[in-house]
Design a protein around this ligand. Structure first.
Ligand code: ATP
Ligand code: LTN
Length: 334
Protein backbone atom coordinates (compact mmCIF):
# COMPACT_ATOMS: atom_id res chain seq x y z
CA UNK A 1 0.00 0.00 0.00
CA UNK A 2 1.29 3.40 -0.88
CA UNK A 3 1.95 5.80 1.95
CA UNK A 4 -0.32 8.82 1.90
CA UNK A 5 1.79 11.85 2.72
CA UNK A 6 0.95 13.19 6.18
CA UNK A 7 0.13 16.89 6.05
CA UNK A 8 2.82 18.80 7.89
CA UNK A 9 1.71 20.91 10.84
CA UNK A 10 2.05 24.63 10.37
CA UNK A 11 4.21 26.79 12.65
CA UNK A 12 4.11 30.56 12.94
CA UNK A 13 6.72 32.68 14.68
CA UNK A 14 8.01 36.24 14.52
CA UNK A 15 10.77 38.32 16.02
CA UNK A 16 10.82 42.06 16.61
CA UNK A 17 13.45 44.19 14.87
CA UNK A 18 14.16 45.99 18.12
CA UNK A 19 17.97 45.79 17.92
CA UNK A 20 20.89 43.54 17.00
CA UNK A 21 20.47 39.83 17.72
CA UNK A 22 22.19 38.19 20.67
CA UNK A 23 23.57 34.72 21.25
CA UNK A 24 20.48 34.24 23.47
CA UNK A 25 18.14 34.93 20.55
CA UNK A 26 20.10 32.51 18.40
CA UNK A 27 20.47 29.58 20.80
CA UNK A 28 17.05 30.10 22.40
CA UNK A 29 14.91 30.77 19.35
CA UNK A 30 16.42 31.07 15.87
CA UNK A 31 18.36 27.81 15.87
CA UNK A 32 15.03 26.12 16.46
CA UNK A 33 13.41 28.08 13.64
CA UNK A 34 16.04 26.60 11.36
CA UNK A 35 15.63 23.05 12.71
CA UNK A 36 11.82 23.19 12.46
CA UNK A 37 11.86 24.00 8.74
CA UNK A 38 12.34 20.35 7.78
CA UNK A 39 9.64 18.94 10.04
CA UNK A 40 6.94 21.60 9.71
CA UNK A 41 5.46 24.06 7.28
CA UNK A 42 6.95 27.25 8.72
CA UNK A 43 5.79 30.85 8.36
CA UNK A 44 8.23 33.38 9.84
CA UNK A 45 8.12 37.17 9.97
CA UNK A 46 9.92 40.18 11.31
CA UNK A 47 7.34 41.75 13.63
CA UNK A 48 7.94 45.33 12.57
CA UNK A 49 4.34 46.43 13.25
CA UNK A 50 4.82 45.31 16.84
CA UNK A 51 8.08 47.21 17.11
CA UNK A 52 6.47 50.63 16.55
CA UNK A 53 4.65 50.37 19.88
CA UNK A 54 7.95 51.85 21.11
CA UNK A 55 9.06 55.03 19.30
CA UNK A 56 11.57 54.27 16.52
CA UNK A 57 13.85 56.46 14.45
CA UNK A 58 12.55 55.72 10.90
CA UNK A 59 15.94 55.39 9.20
CA UNK A 60 17.57 53.26 11.87
CA UNK A 61 14.38 51.19 12.19
CA UNK A 62 14.25 50.35 8.49
CA UNK A 63 17.92 49.45 8.54
CA UNK A 64 17.48 47.30 11.67
CA UNK A 65 14.62 45.41 10.05
CA UNK A 66 16.69 44.69 6.94
CA UNK A 67 19.68 43.63 9.02
CA UNK A 68 17.51 41.29 11.07
CA UNK A 69 16.13 39.75 7.87
CA UNK A 70 19.65 39.23 6.51
CA UNK A 71 20.87 37.81 9.81
CA UNK A 72 18.04 35.29 9.94
CA UNK A 73 18.87 34.15 6.40
CA UNK A 74 22.53 33.91 7.44
CA UNK A 75 21.51 31.76 10.43
CA UNK A 76 19.86 29.29 8.06
CA UNK A 77 16.26 30.43 7.67
CA UNK A 78 15.74 29.19 4.12
CA UNK A 79 13.38 31.10 1.85
CA UNK A 80 12.89 27.96 -0.23
CA UNK A 81 11.81 25.87 2.75
CA UNK A 82 9.60 28.35 4.56
CA UNK A 83 7.68 31.60 4.09
CA UNK A 84 9.74 34.49 5.47
CA UNK A 85 8.64 38.12 5.20
CA UNK A 86 8.16 41.49 6.89
CA UNK A 87 4.83 41.73 8.75
CA UNK A 88 4.15 45.23 7.39
CA UNK A 89 4.18 43.91 3.81
CA UNK A 90 1.03 41.83 4.36
CA UNK A 91 -1.85 44.24 5.15
CA UNK A 92 -4.08 41.37 6.36
CA UNK A 93 -2.23 41.42 9.72
CA UNK A 94 -3.52 44.91 10.47
CA UNK A 95 -6.97 44.11 9.06
CA UNK A 96 -7.48 40.98 11.14
CA UNK A 97 -6.03 42.69 14.18
CA UNK A 98 -8.81 45.30 14.08
CA UNK A 99 -11.55 42.69 13.81
CA UNK A 100 -10.04 40.61 16.62
CA UNK A 101 -9.74 43.66 18.85
CA UNK A 102 -13.55 43.68 18.97
CA UNK A 103 -13.39 40.12 20.31
CA UNK A 104 -10.81 40.95 22.97
CA UNK A 105 -11.85 42.33 26.34
CA UNK A 106 -10.28 45.38 27.99
CA UNK A 107 -9.90 43.34 31.16
CA UNK A 108 -7.97 40.60 29.35
CA UNK A 109 -5.48 43.05 27.87
CA UNK A 110 -5.11 44.80 31.24
CA UNK A 111 -3.91 41.54 32.78
CA UNK A 112 -1.02 41.02 30.34
CA UNK A 113 2.22 41.18 32.33
CA UNK A 114 4.26 42.39 29.34
CA UNK A 115 1.92 45.39 29.02
CA UNK A 116 2.33 46.17 32.70
CA UNK A 117 6.15 45.90 32.43
CA UNK A 118 6.44 47.88 29.21
CA UNK A 119 4.09 50.65 30.26
CA UNK A 120 6.13 51.07 33.43
CA UNK A 121 9.36 51.21 31.38
CA UNK A 122 7.94 53.63 28.78
CA UNK A 123 5.72 55.68 31.07
CA UNK A 124 5.90 58.68 28.72
CA UNK A 125 4.36 56.73 25.83
CA UNK A 126 1.72 54.26 27.01
CA UNK A 127 -0.03 54.19 23.62
CA UNK A 128 -3.08 52.17 22.59
CA UNK A 129 -0.90 49.97 20.36
CA UNK A 130 1.15 48.86 23.35
CA UNK A 131 -2.13 47.85 24.98
CA UNK A 132 -3.53 45.98 21.95
CA UNK A 133 -0.14 44.40 21.04
CA UNK A 134 -1.43 40.90 21.97
CA UNK A 135 -4.36 41.25 19.56
CA UNK A 136 -1.96 41.91 16.69
CA UNK A 137 0.01 38.87 17.79
CA UNK A 138 -3.20 36.81 17.78
CA UNK A 139 -3.88 38.07 14.24
CA UNK A 140 -0.35 36.98 13.13
CA UNK A 141 -0.96 33.47 14.36
CA UNK A 142 -4.63 32.97 13.42
CA UNK A 143 -4.23 34.47 9.95
CA UNK A 144 -2.09 31.48 8.93
CA UNK A 145 -4.20 28.88 10.76
CA UNK A 146 -1.02 27.89 12.62
CA UNK A 147 -1.20 24.59 14.52
CA UNK A 148 1.84 25.33 16.65
CA UNK A 149 3.65 28.39 18.01
CA UNK A 150 7.08 28.00 19.62
CA UNK A 151 6.97 30.11 22.75
CA UNK A 152 9.28 31.10 25.53
CA UNK A 153 7.93 31.86 28.99
CA UNK A 154 7.51 35.57 28.17
CA UNK A 155 5.02 34.90 25.35
CA UNK A 156 2.97 32.14 26.98
CA UNK A 157 0.30 34.50 28.27
CA UNK A 158 -0.10 36.04 24.79
CA UNK A 159 -0.59 32.62 23.22
CA UNK A 160 -3.18 31.72 25.86
CA UNK A 161 -5.06 34.91 24.96
CA UNK A 162 -4.81 34.01 21.25
CA UNK A 163 -6.44 30.65 22.00
CA UNK A 164 -9.23 32.35 23.93
CA UNK A 165 -9.89 34.81 21.10
CA UNK A 166 -9.97 31.96 18.57
CA UNK A 167 -12.35 29.90 20.72
CA UNK A 168 -14.63 32.89 21.24
CA UNK A 169 -14.77 33.69 17.52
CA UNK A 170 -15.28 30.03 16.56
CA UNK A 171 -18.02 29.75 19.19
CA UNK A 172 -20.01 32.45 17.41
CA UNK A 173 -19.19 31.84 13.73
CA UNK A 174 -18.25 28.17 13.46
CA UNK A 175 -14.78 26.74 12.90
CA UNK A 176 -12.99 29.68 11.29
CA UNK A 177 -9.67 29.53 13.15
CA UNK A 178 -7.32 26.70 14.05
CA UNK A 179 -6.75 26.97 17.79
CA UNK A 180 -2.93 26.98 18.12
CA UNK A 181 -0.98 24.89 20.61
CA UNK A 182 2.25 26.01 22.27
CA UNK A 183 5.30 24.16 20.96
CA UNK A 184 8.24 23.54 23.25
CA UNK A 185 11.23 22.74 21.02
CA UNK A 186 13.40 19.74 21.84
CA UNK A 187 16.54 21.77 22.32
CA UNK A 188 16.02 25.12 23.91
CA UNK A 189 18.74 26.98 25.76
CA UNK A 190 18.01 29.88 28.04
CA UNK A 191 21.13 32.00 27.88
CA UNK A 192 21.89 34.22 30.85
CA UNK A 193 23.72 37.55 31.13
CA UNK A 194 27.51 37.24 31.34
CA UNK A 195 27.59 39.99 33.98
CA UNK A 196 24.62 38.90 36.11
CA UNK A 197 23.94 35.22 35.33
CA UNK A 198 20.66 35.28 37.27
CA UNK A 199 19.17 37.54 34.57
CA UNK A 200 18.53 36.48 30.97
CA UNK A 201 20.88 37.74 28.29
CA UNK A 202 19.03 40.66 26.72
CA UNK A 203 20.00 42.99 23.88
CA UNK A 204 18.42 45.95 25.68
CA UNK A 205 20.79 45.54 28.65
CA UNK A 206 22.80 48.74 29.31
CA UNK A 207 25.99 46.77 29.93
CA UNK A 208 27.58 45.73 26.61
CA UNK A 209 29.63 43.06 28.39
CA UNK A 210 26.47 41.22 29.43
CA UNK A 211 25.60 39.99 25.93
CA UNK A 212 27.25 38.54 22.83
CA UNK A 213 25.92 39.98 19.59
CA UNK A 214 25.86 37.73 16.54
CA UNK A 215 27.91 40.42 14.80
CA UNK A 216 30.61 40.69 17.52
CA UNK A 217 34.17 40.20 16.25
CA UNK A 218 36.01 37.10 17.54
CA UNK A 219 38.36 39.23 19.68
CA UNK A 220 35.35 40.94 21.31
CA UNK A 221 33.67 37.60 21.96
CA UNK A 222 36.82 36.20 23.60
CA UNK A 223 37.14 39.31 25.76
CA UNK A 224 33.51 39.19 26.89
CA UNK A 225 33.81 35.53 27.91
CA UNK A 226 37.10 36.16 29.72
CA UNK A 227 35.34 38.74 31.88
CA UNK A 228 32.20 36.61 32.43
CA UNK A 229 31.14 36.40 36.08
CA UNK A 230 31.75 32.97 37.68
CA UNK A 231 32.38 31.94 41.32
CA UNK A 232 35.33 31.21 43.59
CA UNK A 233 35.06 27.41 43.62
CA UNK A 234 37.28 26.67 40.63
CA UNK A 235 35.24 23.62 39.61
CA UNK A 236 33.75 23.25 36.14
CA UNK A 237 30.58 21.49 37.26
CA UNK A 238 26.96 22.39 37.93
CA UNK A 239 25.85 23.67 41.31
CA UNK A 240 23.18 25.66 43.04
CA UNK A 241 25.26 28.76 43.62
CA UNK A 242 27.07 28.49 40.31
CA UNK A 243 24.78 30.42 37.97
CA UNK A 244 27.75 31.74 35.97
CA UNK A 245 29.33 28.32 35.38
CA UNK A 246 25.91 26.73 34.74
CA UNK A 247 25.36 29.32 32.03
CA UNK A 248 28.80 28.80 30.46
CA UNK A 249 28.21 25.03 30.50
CA UNK A 250 24.85 25.57 28.76
CA UNK A 251 26.47 27.72 26.09
CA UNK A 252 29.41 25.35 25.62
CA UNK A 253 27.06 22.35 25.39
CA UNK A 254 24.76 24.12 22.93
CA UNK A 255 27.70 25.08 20.70
CA UNK A 256 29.64 21.80 20.76
CA UNK A 257 26.89 19.21 21.38
CA UNK A 258 28.86 17.91 24.40
CA UNK A 259 27.01 16.56 27.43
CA UNK A 260 27.57 17.78 31.00
CA UNK A 261 29.61 14.67 31.82
CA UNK A 262 31.87 15.23 28.83
CA UNK A 263 32.39 18.87 29.77
CA UNK A 264 33.18 18.03 33.41
CA UNK A 265 35.69 15.38 32.30
CA UNK A 266 37.29 17.71 29.76
CA UNK A 267 37.99 20.41 32.35
CA UNK A 268 38.81 18.30 35.37
CA UNK A 269 41.83 19.83 37.10
CA UNK A 270 41.77 22.87 34.84
CA UNK A 271 40.93 26.42 35.85
CA UNK A 272 38.11 28.73 34.83
CA UNK A 273 40.49 30.58 32.51
CA UNK A 274 40.88 27.52 30.28
CA UNK A 275 37.14 26.86 30.35
CA UNK A 276 36.23 30.45 29.44
CA UNK A 277 38.68 30.36 26.52
CA UNK A 278 37.13 27.11 25.28
CA UNK A 279 33.60 28.53 25.55
CA UNK A 280 34.66 31.67 23.65
CA UNK A 281 36.31 29.59 20.93
CA UNK A 282 33.24 27.35 20.60
CA UNK A 283 30.99 30.39 20.18
CA UNK A 284 33.36 31.95 17.64
CA UNK A 285 33.33 28.69 15.67
CA UNK A 286 29.52 28.71 15.54
CA UNK A 287 29.27 32.39 14.64
CA UNK A 288 32.09 32.62 12.07
CA UNK A 289 30.21 31.00 9.15
CA UNK A 290 27.05 32.95 10.07
CA UNK A 291 28.99 36.22 10.03
CA UNK A 292 30.59 35.37 6.69
CA UNK A 293 27.17 34.73 5.13
CA UNK A 294 25.73 37.83 6.77
CA UNK A 295 28.50 40.06 5.40
CA UNK A 296 27.74 38.79 1.90
CA UNK A 297 23.96 39.12 2.21
CA UNK A 298 23.92 42.60 3.70
CA UNK A 299 25.79 43.95 0.66
CA UNK A 300 23.06 42.68 -1.67
CA UNK A 301 20.01 44.82 -0.94
CA UNK A 302 18.31 43.87 -4.20
CA UNK A 303 18.44 40.22 -3.25
CA UNK A 304 17.12 40.87 0.25
CA UNK A 305 14.24 42.95 -1.13
CA UNK A 306 13.44 40.25 -3.64
CA UNK A 307 13.34 37.55 -0.95
CA UNK A 308 11.14 39.66 1.31
CA UNK A 309 8.62 40.50 -1.40
CA UNK A 310 8.48 36.91 -2.59
CA UNK A 311 7.86 35.83 1.01
CA UNK A 312 5.18 38.48 1.45
CA UNK A 313 3.44 37.39 -1.73
CA UNK A 314 3.27 33.78 -0.56
CA UNK A 315 2.17 34.83 2.91
CA UNK A 316 -0.55 37.07 1.46
CA UNK A 317 -1.97 34.12 -0.48
CA UNK A 318 -2.48 32.14 2.71
CA UNK A 319 -3.67 35.19 4.65
CA UNK A 320 -6.28 36.10 2.03
CA UNK A 321 -8.21 32.87 2.57
CA UNK A 322 -8.61 33.59 6.28
CA UNK A 323 -9.37 37.28 6.02
CA UNK A 324 -12.01 36.72 3.33
CA UNK A 325 -13.72 34.12 5.47
CA UNK A 326 -13.61 36.38 8.54
CA UNK A 327 -15.06 39.40 6.72
CA UNK A 328 -17.83 37.28 5.24
CA UNK A 329 -18.73 35.75 8.61
CA UNK A 330 -18.81 39.13 10.33
CA UNK A 331 -20.77 40.78 7.49
CA UNK A 332 -18.13 43.13 6.12
CA UNK A 333 -18.10 43.64 2.32
CA UNK A 334 -14.63 43.47 0.69
P1 ATP B 1 14.70 42.77 24.51
O1 ATP B 1 16.02 42.96 25.21
O2 ATP B 1 14.33 43.88 23.56
O3 ATP B 1 13.60 42.34 25.44
P2 ATP B 1 15.42 40.12 23.86
O4 ATP B 1 16.84 39.99 23.43
O5 ATP B 1 15.11 39.79 25.27
O6 ATP B 1 14.90 41.55 23.53
P3 ATP B 1 13.14 39.23 22.23
O7 ATP B 1 13.20 40.05 20.99
O8 ATP B 1 12.11 39.58 23.26
O9 ATP B 1 14.60 39.18 22.89
O10 ATP B 1 12.96 37.70 21.88
C1 ATP B 1 13.17 37.11 20.63
C2 ATP B 1 13.22 35.61 20.81
O11 ATP B 1 14.45 35.21 21.42
C3 ATP B 1 12.12 35.05 21.72
O12 ATP B 1 11.67 33.84 21.16
C4 ATP B 1 12.81 34.80 23.04
O13 ATP B 1 12.20 33.75 23.79
C5 ATP B 1 14.23 34.45 22.60
N1 ATP B 1 15.22 34.87 23.60
C6 ATP B 1 15.51 36.15 23.94
N2 ATP B 1 16.49 36.21 24.84
C7 ATP B 1 16.82 34.92 25.12
C8 ATP B 1 17.78 34.30 26.00
N3 ATP B 1 18.58 35.01 26.78
N4 ATP B 1 17.88 32.95 26.01
C9 ATP B 1 17.07 32.21 25.22
N5 ATP B 1 16.16 32.72 24.38
C10 ATP B 1 16.02 34.05 24.31
N1 LTN C 1 5.81 39.32 20.59
C1 LTN C 1 6.87 38.44 20.15
C2 LTN C 1 7.09 38.56 18.66
C3 LTN C 1 5.88 38.12 17.91
C4 LTN C 1 5.39 36.76 17.81
C5 LTN C 1 4.21 36.85 17.00
C6 LTN C 1 5.84 35.54 18.32
C7 LTN C 1 5.02 38.90 17.20
N2 LTN C 1 4.03 38.14 16.65
C8 LTN C 1 3.47 35.69 16.73
C9 LTN C 1 5.08 34.38 18.02
C10 LTN C 1 3.92 34.49 17.24
C11 LTN C 1 8.17 38.83 20.88
O1 LTN C 1 8.35 39.96 21.21
N3 LTN C 1 9.03 37.87 21.12
Amino acid sequence: MENTPVKKKRIFSAIQPSGAMTLGNYLGAIRNWVAMQDEFECVYATANLHAITVRQDPKAFKQNTEQLYAMLLACGVDKDKCIFFHQSMVPAHAELSWVLSTFTQFGELSRMTQFKDKSARHADNVNAGLFTYPTLMAADILLYQADLVPVGADQKQHLELTRNIADRFNGIYGNVFTVPEPYIPKQGARVMSLVDPTKKMSKSDDNQKSFILLTDQPSVIMKKFRSAVTDSEACVCRGENKAGINNLMDIYGACTGKSDEEIVAEFEGKGYGDFKTAVGEAVVAVLEPIQARYNELIKDRKYLEKCASQGAENAAKLARRTIEKVYKKVGLPR
